[in-house]
Design a protein around this ligand. Sequence first.
Ligand code: 13P
Ligand code: SF4
Length: 396
Amino acid sequence: MTSVEDLDLPAGVSPTPLALLLLGRGSDPDSERGVDCPGGLPDASDPSLVERARAARAALGDRAFVLGHHYQRAEVIEFADVTGDSFKLAQQAAARPDAEFIVFCGVHFMAESADILTSDRQQVVLPDLAAGCSMADMATFDQVEDAWDVLADAGVADVTVPVTYMNSSAAIKGFTGRHGGTVCTSSNARRALEWAYGDRGAEKVLFLPDQHLGRNTAVLEMGMSLADCVLFDPHKPGGGVTPEALRKARMILWRGHCSVHGRFRLDAVADVRARIPGVQVIVHPECRHEVVTAADQVGSTEYIIRAVEAAPPGTAFAVGTELNLVQRLAKRHPDKQVVFLEKTVCYCSTMNRIDLPHLVMTLESLAAGQVVNRITVEPETARYARAALDQMLALP
Ligand code: 13P
Ligand code: SF4
């Protein structure tokens, strides 16, 4: 494994404590990322994979419930009992008390949330433990604790409520719950902020870990200005913000982003408008503020799916979200033109870790009585994280 000391970083830049692993190369003993798969992983070229997945799925019957996030590969979505964005999948996991196994085809933070929301009798399984999320890794528990100390030193911690995006580790959700905050997803970020500033009486929100979702929601949906937001950089002393700036701000944005949605650029919007007259540009709120501002519509993955479905035949869409979903939308709506907003390929590499061989290995192992790749959250963390997740599920 590449150690942080081996990284060639410019002067003044400190590495994230959880250095990202090159996919499939080495393993990190402090986390589950990059671990080898237990049992035999079938070859991707095995012609009987679909057959094997069907047989193992049938053998498991109601004992298993398979959840599939919209960004999963088509070969995996085919076996999902329900598909959805991270909010819908959290609700679905909570609503299946009878399923012994929740097979989560998504990423690690989603499986953690499912484990927190399900009973101790149920086991949540992630078909490939290396399916993490680079955004979630951008906020570690120690960094966030240090940031809270900075807010306390500036005299603002008492009037600040943490709101964390679902795309964060259980430890960060636990921190949020312990400080009376809430989790949110891209479908309810506005309601979460309304609750924080309203019922919860916050003067300020510490929004973790996606600066773009935080900024876009604050400015485009809550009527704040860019000047109401400050960016807290965990790699800089004091977050790189003065105590005065923290005291003035209403939104304290964590410096994190999605490596997939962060790729969409403003010139792609201009390009597609020139290429396809009348095109509707629709993007996810994890995209940069200038891209979201230039788009015609912005919304969560569920919102994007519904908008394309509801449009009359002949409508053209340029979609700024993960490529598996955009390809699926294009296939599902041959009467509409659905194109990808960027010219470069933009799959989420960690979502793509879950493929048919990993699904087959998981389902066959479970059917044979061997539980592989179980995701469990330590009880104390789970208790506080559950409070923040329940608060989200209770949002009006
Ligand atoms: P949603 O599922 O909330 O739209 O989030 C998108 C995402 O990036 C999931 O990892
Ligand atoms: Fe994380 Fe972005 Fe991938 Fe979602 S799309 S799992 S936020 S890297």
